[in-house]
Design a protein around this ligand. Sequence first.
Ligand code: PLP
Length: 278
Amino acid sequence: AEVYLNGKWLKPDEAFISVFDRAFMFGDGIYEVTLFYKGKGFRLKEHLKRLQYSLDQIQIAFDAFSLENLMLEAIDRADLNNADAAVYIQVSRGAGPRSHFIPEKIKTTILLYAFPVALEGFENKTWEVMATEDKRWHRCDIKSTALLANVMANEEAIAAGFHENLLVRKGYFTEGSHSSLFFVKYGVVHTHPEGPEILSGITRAEVIKICTDLNIKVIEKAVHIDELVEVEEVFVTGTTTQIIPISSITHKDKTVYTTRKDSLTKKLQQVFIKRTRA
Ligand code: PLP
């Protein structure tokens, strides 16, 4: 497979960026991960809109929508039209002398490539997770390449034998280290409201839409860790995660939640499969 870098399609081991690239030096870049089900992009416009939002927020002047054709080309070139595949996009501010000051004239570094993903059977999985303090910055709505706090949270979970780490800020769940987070309480779906504390997940938005279409009530309100006794179902969502039910949550070495039901999560999975594989 080839990668697209700054206007050229290259073999991965022949694609190089400057050691002074600001995404490398500062994490000064934005990324996106989009999914192509058997060659068909899912909610591409929404992904590109989110990419544009993040670029605008950190003042990188670049037209995200100019990448749409390159995404399709990446799938073609990687021969992934008959598979489930993802396209990774990264827009870095570019290379310049290492300094907090951003040079006036700087050329964005654009990286894009497609890779296969194994989604088959996701609906049969359940995840045991842990919960820890959300140590990320206060602009989690920006899809920045600076993911150290997410990586550390995920690694802590993996090292302890869990699948994901649910992040808690002042007692309230925000989201997973690499997923959006939902709770079902008295039949009502709860998820953290959009804003600087979470990423505006594309799968999250789709799940909210599905709930609305099924007349399932959704409240965009954060759930407190003490509310878990009233929670019936927990699930996480994401582009490559899809929709996965949480079977248990461990917090400070104590099990604070175990599955009570999974019927609503199962229903959402079924509708999601229909919509994505249409
Ligand atoms: N939240 C975080 C922190 C993520 O890294 C991701 C990425 O998968 C998500 C949520 C889910 O977002 P999306 O559904 O757009 O993939």
